[in-house]
Ligand binder design. Sequence first.
Ligand code: AMP
Length: 524
Amino acid sequence: MTERLQDLVTQSVERDPEATALVGGDETMTYGELEAASNRLAHALVDRGVKPGDRVGVLAAKTPATIAALLGVLRAGGAYVPVDSASPAARAARIVRAAEPTVLLADDTATGLVDGLAGEGLDLTVGALGEPLSGERFASAFARADLASLPAEAPATSSPDLAHLLFTSGSTGVPKGVMITHENVLAFVDWAIRHFGTKASDRVSGHPPLHFDLSTFDIYATLAAGAQLHLVPASLGLDARRTAAFIRDHELTQWFSVPSVLTYLARFDAVAENDFPALERLLWCGEVLPTPVLAHWMRRLPHARFTNLYGPTEATIASSYYDVPAVPADESVPVPIGVPCDGESLLVLDDGVPAPVGGIGELYIGGVGLSPGYWRDQEKTDAAFVAGPDGERIYKTGDLARADDDGVVHFLGRTDSQIKSRGYRIELGEVESAVNTVPGVRECAVVGVDTGGFEGTTICCAYSVVEGTELPVAELRKQVTALIPRYMLPARWEALDGLPKNVNGKIDRPALRERFRPAPKEGT
Ligand code: AMP
């Protein structure tokens, strides 16, 4: 069995160094080039003091050079920390400060943000993935051209099991760093390649951003199979026609994304009958795909196979799958999240004991995908990773579920205030913390409202202000924009004299949700 993620690439190089590994924008990289580029970068990192187990931050667009950089970090024995470049500097600084990277790798798309990090008081050694970078408060210590003279063979370092840290939204306002090991990812990749039959002739989409754990499936399963990874530019955003053109023009054989992308393509009718003739399988993960949207896709693409993947970052990429057998007959029935992937287990527990078949309970996950825990946060780790009924280590997902007679698991919602909006995992508590830090805010509550349409959950904020303070919505919104990424920003705001309270004196969130719920359209 392969021991480290970078070995997957080396094996593909041995099979065919001339084969194309990565396609992104105008750049393509063969397996041989990828191996050499990552090895050279590894030497540069070792020369800058990166030792086995050190973290290396990555603030860069999703390009072939960035993927080579991730592998370079692993070859240097380090663990990479992809930072969301859509984050304002204040939030990115919290992540970088927590990760304590020895080096921060950046490209020219991140110059402003790196400068912002320096402005937050971080003393960083910056390596430029392209041309040298400089801002008002930093200059890169090395750049791509400096690597040319370094050896194309990997440095002799050990490679500890920690592969990367992925920071997700935290309910108290502080992002949580999920530790992911080589073993975690290798186990999923091994299952996925067998289950989906990934082969060297495959042309696979790379849609999720690199700080999403879903991207690790695309990267490592594709490179392990010796196939081509086609990086979907973030600039396509939710442009349905251009996204469809990308799938068509790149003759993709596999598409994997969060459901909102599929929903937009359906909404704008961007997929023709029997479109994408090369497409063999379409996979999604991260949130519920509305059944009518799935049925639309299945009718349009009768030649493709459709699979729902389910799982939290803490259990690595996905823990269960459901291969949809046929176009759903009843579009009001949600798609199941299915059965465990090899080496994983799903447990529906009610008060700590297994719920009876069909009974609702909280979903726990055990097995090979389980992260060792949250980076330097034993308390949160102990609260989320607990002992199961047989003493085994299991992760408390916060999802509600039930298993049917066939052992197929159905997702029923959340037990807490974590939501998904366009695939982004958001703790509403993190949004509230940001709003609460704005001077003049007396009280605020952020709720997710299911608007029932294609948009899914809408983030809504109600607030009141300290007496004598003027804080119009536009001003508050502007200040909050500097604290959290755009995708966390409430879409609807309301200033109230006071927030509604329930009998216990707590903020009445159901009442607020009702307040924000759109009035039903006439005739519905
Ligand atoms: P993340 O860590 O971003 O992958 O988010 C994990 C959470 O997303 C899970 O705990 C679920 O609440 C939700 N989720 C992931 N996959 C699915 C799916 N296929 N169907 C419904 N919800 C999902």
